[in-house]
Design a protein. Structure first.
Lengths: 365, 389
């Protein structure tokens, strides 16, 4: 048993924090929030140059061959700094689907571009997205809600459901995001999070655009989602850790009744509860990452981490807004940046209630 | 990161489980809130058998009669003893007194006190709290006045668990009433047979018979002083850190949680679907499963820190606080699911799980041991987060 980070992971964490404190202060976060596409190309390119967009990709696809645990360490920092952009979407979720797809052409076409930041790949999925076959080949049709960063994506991976009378399970196809007959409508969202309604109007799909096989996409999609959930939990963890540090600092500086409010036990206990929640969540998140790195079954552990991260989000939001109090109700104060993003993560990939229902209650003695 | 045990540690756990499955039949396992004298004595017997295998004090150095292994093996032992609901005994000696003597005791004290603890032959109780002294332990009042080669003790200790089974008490007493409060306290081991010590029974709501321990001109030889005079507070606080994982308590509760989960999967009241298939019950079981797994990880984090040479401080308070509250959440949830059946005690033929749920609900009112939940929050805020007092 060794619950510590390796020296390399500690260096990764430290250098990421230093870089982001310099390059991504909350003024930059606000700038991205007000930008049309929700990300900043300059910052994006710098992060790509640091290798951050290919952490868990093999070197032959332009990555640095790290583990999911390494990526977890990095994304704690990315969450902490509220880094804008499709890091999770493109460099984790889409990259993993592609990596697992056994479609060498698409891997060669897309993975190096994801890693160097030239390409942004997003994922569309939903009940109303279908593939079927006709005389000319495969046809993609239907629509998908909540497609993140579709406005800046170069490609969209579509997880299509089995149409009635067609294939029995999920088929994954990749399409050029700028293709004709794809219509993207922005969904006005919390913190201007750039998510879209994407509509596909009978698009012909060449066979090399199918990832894996027809009706064989489920396992790669699930595997990639597992990893993406862990990484999203890491972001939540980083944000909550930062909120904890912010409120502790503020409580030490803020004087009321003639003394710093940090000396009041009511304030101390709220901070203590947040620390318990952060430390608990961290154990669960790293346990899930470690199990996936070991190729061990991890559905339960991932769902536990995601459920806990959802609970943590709320604890952090409540502690932040109650200790910062009035000032955190203003737009100019940073606390709202954290609480709005916490909500996006909580709702994405299944919320706390959903994941609690995924946890097996079977007794293993 | 590595959440696994080593091959040797897994082998130890397998051997331990084989031993427990042979030696601890279900009918001997403790029921919450229902500890009998016979079961307590059974627990002592198991401890002696563990000692024969060098397992009882597995985390102690070999020179003191221990197994020479790490806090991880100690954690494995405690987790399984808790899960098998072996009635607890010897824990104060093994977990607190022994380690304090190893650090602060004289050679004579080590030779005298340590081997019987490692062999499971003696029981210790702890004398910290007093009638007027709880969370503010540093203001304790039991007086120990030096008189030649003896100390004369007068006063009273409160909430003495295991008192009626104990041979010795490990206690803090005031040796310098003039000094600043934490600097006038010393640490002693008192033989409970010493004239002047009397026990007033103090029954606990969990069925345990504790005591108020009264000291009336009790004369202890100076050889009973552990460490330096007037440094006892610091000695005691240092060695409180020795075994802090809380894995025994976690597993003790986890066992009942697992039994309760299976009960819900197997029971279909009104001939309908099993309790566990009701969405609300399933959701509550899942919430508590998450809570239990979290508690377990927090305990192992403490054990791992100790195995790596670190001294857990706020981390131990986090695990302890989380555990106390999770135990309560589980007890309340189980009571809610069972409805009026939850009120049935051991002895009622209709009591679910032999009354363990009613019993654990009483046990879960224990929100104060090793510090109240508020004191643990203070520790987490002040030591863990550096917030000013």
């Amino acid at each position: 048993m060794d619950l510590s980070l390796t020296e390399e992971q500690q260096i990764l964490s430290r250098t990421a924090r230093e870089f982001l404190e310099a390059e991504c202060p909350t003024t930059v976060v606000r700038e991205a929030e007000n930008a049309e596409e929700g990300y900043l190309p300059d910052l994006w390119k710098k992060m790509a140059n640091l290798g951050w967009l290919g952490v868990s990709l093999p070197e032959n696809y332009g990555g640095i061959g790290g583990s999911l645990t390494d990526q977890t360490v990095l994304f704690e920092e990315i969450g902490r700094a509220l880094v804008p952009g499709p890091l999770l979407t493109s460099s984790v979720l889409a990259a993993q689907i592609l990596l697992d797809s056994r479609n060498e052409t698409q891997k060669q076409n897309l993975l190096p571009g994801i890693a160097n930041g030239d390409l942004i790949v997003t994922l569309a999925r939903g009940e109303r997205l279908e593939t079927s076959s006709d005389d000319t080949g495969i046809v993609l049709s239907g629509e998908s809600l909540f497609v993140p960063f579709a406005g800046v994506a170069s490609h969209i991976i579509c997880a299509t459901r089995p149409a009635v009378g067609a294939w029995p399970d999920t088929t994954l196809v990749v399409v050029d995001a700028d293709a004709d007959k794809i219509f993207k409508t922005r969904m006005e969202s919390i913190a201007n999070y750039p998510q879209y309604l994407a509509e596909f109007d009978d698009i012909s799909i060449p066979s090399e655009a199918v990832l894996g096989g027809i009706a064989e996409g489920r396992s790669s999609l699930d595997a990639a989602l597992q990893r993406a959930m862990v990484i999203q939990c890491a972001e939540t963890l980083g944000r909550a850790q930062k909120v904890l540090e912010m409120v502790v600092k503020y409580a030490g500086d803020r004087v009321q009744f003639g003394r710093p409010i940090a000396t009041f036990q009511a304030v101390q206990h709220r901070c203590a509860d947040l620390k318990v929640a952060v430390d608990s969540c961290r154990m669960l998140v790293y346990q899930a990452a470690w199990r996936l790195d070991q190729d061990m079954p991890a559905h339960n552990e991932v769902s536990m981490a995601k459920a806990k991260a959802g609970i943590l989000s709320r604890t952090a939001t409540e502690a932040g807004h109650s200790i910062f109090a009035g000032i955190s109700f203003t737009v100019e104060h940073d606390m709202q940046l954290y609480s709005s993003r916490a909500k996006i993560s909580e709702a994405n990939f299944g919320d706390t209630g959903y994941h609690l229902d995924q946890i097996s209650i079977a007794v293993e003695r | 990161m590595d959440f696994n045990f080593t091959v040797e540690q897994n082998e130890f756990r397998d051997d331990l489980r084989a031993f427990l499955s042979a030696e601890v039949p279900v009918e001997k396992q403790e029921i919450f809130g229902q500890l009998t004298e016979e079961q307590y004595q059974f627990g002592r017997e198991i401890n002696r058998k563990l000692a024969e295998r060098n397992w009882l004090a597995i985390g102690w150095p070999k020179e003191h009669g221990g197994g020479g292994k790490s806090p991880i093996e100690q954690g494995i032992l405690n987790e399984d003893l808790g899960y098998w609901r072996v009635p607890k005994s010897g824990s104060i000696g093994l977990g607190i007194v022994g380690p304090a003597i190893m650090v602060f005791g004289t050679q004579d004290q080590k030779d005298r006190y340590l081997p019987p603890i490692a062999r499971g032959e003696v029981e210790y109780c702890q004398g910290f709290s007093e009638p007027n002294v709880g969370s503010d332990l540093g203001s304790l009042e039991l007086l120990a006045e030096r008189d030649g080669d003896e100390y004369v003790l007068n006063g009273s200790k409160m909430f003495t668990s295991y008192a009626f089974h104990s041979d010795y008490m490990y206690l803090l007493a005031r040796t310098d009433p003039q000094a600043q409060k934490h600097r006038g306290i010393s640490l002693f081991i008192a033989d409970l047979e010493t004239p002047g010590i009397s026990l007033t029974p103090l029954p606990y709501i969990n069925g345990e018979m504790a005591a108020q321990t009264n000291f009336d001109d009790v004369r202890l030889p100076v050889s009973c002083l552990i460490g330096e005079e007037n440094r006892g507070w610091y000695h005691a606080m240092t060695t409180l850190d020795y075994e802090r994982s809380g894995l025994w308590r976690y597993a003790n509760v986890r066992r009942v949680f697992d039994d309760f989960t299976e009960f819900c999967q197997d029971s279909a009241p009104d001939g309908g679907q099993p309790l566990a298939d009701h969405p609300l019950v399933h959701h509550q079981l899942a919430q508590r499963r998450l809570g239990m797994e979290t508690w377990k990880l927090l305990c192992w984090n403490v054990a791992w820190m100790q195995s790596s040479g670190a001294v857990p401080n706020a981390e131990a308070s986090i695990a302890f606080l989380y555990g106390s509250e999770e135990r309560l959440r589980f007890a309340e949830m189980a009571m809610e699911v069972l409805g009026p059946y939850a009120t049935l005690k051991y002895g009622s033929s209709m009591a679910p799980l032999l009354g363990n749920i009613e019993g654990i609900h009483r046990e879960s009112m224990h929100l104060h041991g090793a510090g109240t939940t508020e004191i643990h929050r203070n520790i987490i805020a002040q030591r863990g987060l550096g917030m000013a007092r």
